[in-house]
Structure formats: structure tokens, C-alpha cells
Design a protein around this ligand. Structure first.
Ligand code: SF4
Ligand code: MG
Length: 327
């Protein structure tokens, strides 16, 4: 199928400033040279611990955060070269769903006002047409016209996320970037929202980037999954391949940490040990070497590149250096 989004060499370095003169004393490499693509109609999961750069990546794709370097091609357009006004227009086709729907919904606006806003921003439709679209979207996400004149605080967490999703869909986008859309919800509600998102994807032919801190959450919704660690993509594979045979020691550890319903099920992999290092002073070589049970001397010196070691399965780890040369 066709590539909708192509990301090349994306970086975000934030300056670290100190003292009353705000002298720059270093950099945080929040996102450090990542490349990937997203096919039209698929869901790409992006997973990693907090601070790994996954949210920064999502925001850079829409230029809500300006990249330090790199290129984002979307639907044949180079987003990184657009003027502010051109980018504003391009955002019609890319929308975000946020983790905390309550924080992202204006408490003083009714649901109708909240949903109408993207149409007003993009100057779409007459007042009557906008109202019609609001009612249509409320119904699509499982709410009704009855809810249009209510305020965010009158809804449950799950309903608020439905409103957040409806708002994202108002401009008929092609791509939705969902940043931990179910992390703030009760487990029982998470499945409902995930099911809704899958239904909407099929009906509206949407493409998703689904950001999460937990491999369990993205398992069923993702066609492919990328795993990030300290600003880098360390593994990228089809869901089937990733969950059945994770190659990177970090992915293996994350999967071992996902609770399994069967108590007799014993994983051979060790559970992740130690804290995530500071991104302002990351370890040399493979940044995972301080926590990796397989680290060898080369790992402390050489940065492993993300390389395809079997069809559709890429990994950045020296354990697979031989597999790369064999392809
Ligand atoms: Fe572990 Fe080395 Fe692979 Fe990094 S490159 S994940 S330290 S084995
Ligand atoms: Mg985040």
C-alpha cells in the first residue's frame, strides 16, 4: 500500500541553560535521528518509557514542536519546508488526540463550541453546516445531539475522550496522532475507546500513529510497532513479528514486564533493571548498555544502527550485526 508519511533523520535537541545569563551548558537529545514511514490506512504504534521522545516525535510531525533537523513528508508534501500559514492549512489533514481529554477541552465551552472550533479555524462551512457536522460526529463517537449543549465536566473520562476524538475528526483528517489516548482511563473503559478508534479507522479510512508507554495497549490496534529508547528508535516491526519474536533486549524486557494472565507462564527474559539514564547525559555507544544483560565491550563504544535483519523487522543492536550482513 501507499506511504502516507515518511520521516527522515528527525531530531529534536533542547538546549540546557544555566545561571542568570541562561548560558547554554549542554543539550538534551530528546529525539535523536529517527526515520520511519507510515502506510495509508495502517496503525503504527510508538512505544517507550516516559522521556523516550515519543510525544516530542508526535508533536514534531505536526510542527507543534519545530524539529532541530530532519524531514517529514506527508501526502507528497514536505511539511518541514512549509510556511507557518501553509502548515496551518496542512493541519486540517493531521489531527491529534491527547492523553488527558479534560485538560485539552476548554471547560467554559459547550461540546458544540469545542467541536465547531476546528471548522471555524479552517473556515469550513456555514453555521448551519457546522452544526450538522457537530451532531453527525457526536453520533459517530457514540454520543448524541442531546450532549451538544453540555460542558466537559458533565461527562465521564471515557465520554470526554470520545469528545476529544470527535473534535479531531471534524476536519476529515487523513492522519490521527493519538498520544496515550487511553492511559488516563480506567481499564474497563480503555477497551471501549480502543474499539471505537478501530471502528472509526475502518469506516473513515483513517491512518493512526498510536503513542503509548506500554506494549500491551497497542498490541491489538497496531499493524506495526516502533519501540523508542532515549530518543532513538531501537526496533520497528510488524506487530506479529514484534510480539512473537522481539529482537531488541529492551523490547524483550518491556514485554516481560507486561502482566500475563497465566500464572504458570514463565518468561526466560529478565525483567528490566535500573533506571532510565538522564537524556542530558546519555550513555556512550548503545544507550541501552547500562541496563542490558547482553552488553559487550563494543556496545559501550559503537552506536548500533537500526537495520532490517529480516523482512519487515528492523533492530538497532550489535547482537544482530551478523544477521545484517547475511541479507
Ligand atoms: Fe544490549 Fe549491546 Fe544490543 Fe545495546 S547493542 S541492546 S547493549 S546487546
Ligand atoms: Mg508523553
Amino acid at each position: 500500500s501507499d506511504v502516507l508519511l515518511q520521516v527522515d533523520g528527525l531530531k529534536k535537541y533542547f538546549p540546557i541553560k544555566k545561571g542568570i545569563f541562561a548560558r547554554e551548558v549542554g543539550q538534551v537529545k530528546a529525539v535523536d535521528d529517527i526515520s520511519f514511514h507510515v502506510y495509508e490506512g495502517e496503525t503504527l504504534g510508538i512505544v517507550g518509557e516516559s522521556g523516550c521522545g515519543k510525544s516530542t516525535t508526535g508533536r514534531m510531525l505536526m510542527r507543534l514542536i519545530e524539529p532541530t533537523e530532519g524531514q517529514v513528508m506527508f501526502n507528497g508534501k514536505n511539511l518541514t519546508s512549509l510556511s507557518a500559514e501553509e502548515m496551518r492549512q496542512a493541519r486540517r489533514d493531521i489531527q491529534m488526540v491527547f492523553q488527558d481529554p479534560y485538560a485539552s477541552l476548554n471547560p467554559r465551552h459547550t461540546v458544540a463550541q469545542i467541536l465547531e472550533e476546528p471548522l471555524i479555524v479552517h473556515q469550513i462551512g456555514t453555521k448551519a453546516e457546522r452544526r450538522k457536522k457537530v451532531i453527525e460526529l457526536l453520533q459517530i463517537v457514540g454520543l448524541s445531539e442531546y450532549h451538544a449543549n453540555r460542558y466537559p465536566h458533565q461527562f465521564s473520562g471515557g465520554q470526554r475522550q470520545r469528545i476529544g476524538i470527535a473534535r479531531a475528526l471534524m476536519t476529515n483528517p487523513k492522519l490521527i496522532i493519538a498520544d496515550e489516548p487511553v492511559s488516563a482511563l480506567d481499564v474497563s473503559i480503555q477497551a471501549q475507546v480502543l474499539n471505537l478508534m478501530q471502528k472509526l479507522q475502518q469506516e473513515l479510512k483513517l491512518t493512526y500513529i498510536f503513542i503509548a508507554h506500554d506494549l500491551g495497549v497497542v498490541r491489538h490496534i497496531s499493524d506495526r510497532v516502533g519501540v523508542m529508547y532515549l530518543g532513538k528508535m531501537v526496533e520497528l516491526a510488524t506487530s506479529e513479528s514484534l510480539y512473537e519474536e522481539p529482537l531488541h533486549p529492551y523490547t524483550q524486557a518491556l514485554l516481560a514486564a507486561v502482566p500475563v494472565p497465566d500464572p504458570d507462564f514463565v518468561k526466560e527474559t529478565k525483567v528490566l533493571q535500573g533506571d532510565i539514564p538522564s537524556p542530558s547525559n546519555p550513555p556512550s555507544g548503545c544507550t541501552f548498555h547500562t541496563r542490558c544483560p547482553f552488553a559487550k565491550d563494543a556496545c559501550r563504544e559503537l552506536v548500533p544502527a537500526l537495520q532490517e535483519v529480516r523482512p519487515g523487522h528492523s533492530v538497532a543492536c550489535h547482537l544482530y550485526d551478523d544477521a545484517v550482513t547475511m541479507i
